[in-house]
Ligand binder design. Structure first.
Ligand SMILES: [Zn+2]
Length: 276
């Protein structure tokens, strides 16, 4: 099951998020047929996108995280929106190698211009990189313990994690409490597997929070593409250009990286696009 639990702890000075993204990670690795290091990188990036999507405030909010490593290594791109529809893909041989690459975060809060932040990746671990991103780019002290684990057949047995963010004015005592609590999640997979998101909330934060102030949300792996949306993009390309492509290649084919779907248009389809 996919789940996000959110609440405030330690005198309501620290925001706490517990994520279980196991199912959406399995959906993603099945669609993209990825294994090994690439599957783990995609999994942890999807959990990161799920966390950031859960922080969006505007109804039209959306966020994307893209990592570009060396030319020969490739790209991983994940995104999500306020509806908690999460998607992503990984290409090239990005086999768990992130160090030296760059991560760009684009967050659209529905304002005039989206927020764009970039940071250099210091290591291969998604949690470390995300902490550094929040520290440098958004100046929010954030502790991240995101991870995933796979069985011999390549299925994800558990994915998710725990994230804590200090609100402005957090006291030293509460900072220490948060830091101490995070020690429980240095190796978060077995804890999440044993207790689940709710169990973690109860065992480690039960005394800090009232159940009625714990909010749950249910993210899922879902692409926003559709033939209609692709059609709109094609119309902007222009009719004669599209017909030229059909002449050369037999069809206009648009591939959605996020869900691995091909949208094909022949000359008849293109005529129809411009007649509507
Ligand atoms: Zn798609």
């Amino acid at each position: 099951m996919n789940e996000i639990l959110k609440t405030l702890v330690y005198d309501r000075q620290v925001s706490l998020t517990i994520l279980n993204t196991t199912q959406l990670v399995n959906d993603a690795i099945k669609i993209h047929n990825v294994k090994g290091g690439a599957a783990k990188t995609l999994a942890d990036m999807l959990t990161a996108a799920t966390y950031m999507s859960g922080c969006l405030k505007s109804d039209v909010g959306a966020v994307s995280l893209t990592v570009k490593a060396d030319k020969e290594v490739g790209t991983v791109s994940v995104s999500g929106d306020k509806n908690l529809h999460i998607r992503g893909y990984i290409d090239g041989n990005l086999n768990g190698k992130l160090k030296g690459g760059y991560m760009t975060v684009v967050r659209d809060d529905g304002f005039f211009r989206p927020f764009v932040g970039t940071c250099e990746l210091v290591c291969d671990d998604v949690s470390e990189n995300l902490m550094q991103y929040f520290h440098l780019s958004e100046q929010i002290p954030t502790a991240v313990a995101i991870s995933s684990q796979f069985d011999e057949d390549g299925n994800c047995v558990v994915a998710g994690g725990v994230v804590m963010q200090l609100l402005p004015g957090t006291s030293q005592a509460n900072m220490d409490k948060a830091e101490n609590a995070m020690q429980n999640f240095v190796n978060v997979c077995p804890v999440l597997m044993e207790l689940g998101a709710n169990g973690i909330m109860q065992k480690f934060f039960g005394e800090e929070t009232e159940q009625k102030f714990v909010y749950s949300y249910f993210p899922e792996y879902k692409c926003n593409c559709s033939r209609k949306k692709i059609s709109k993009v094609l119309i902007s390309v222009g009719k004669s250009e599209l017909l030229d492509i059909v002449k050369e290649q037999g069809k206009v084919s648009v591939h959605c990286h996020y869900c691995n779907t091909d949208y094909d248009f022949d000359d008849k389809d293109i005529e129809e696009l411009f007649n509507e």
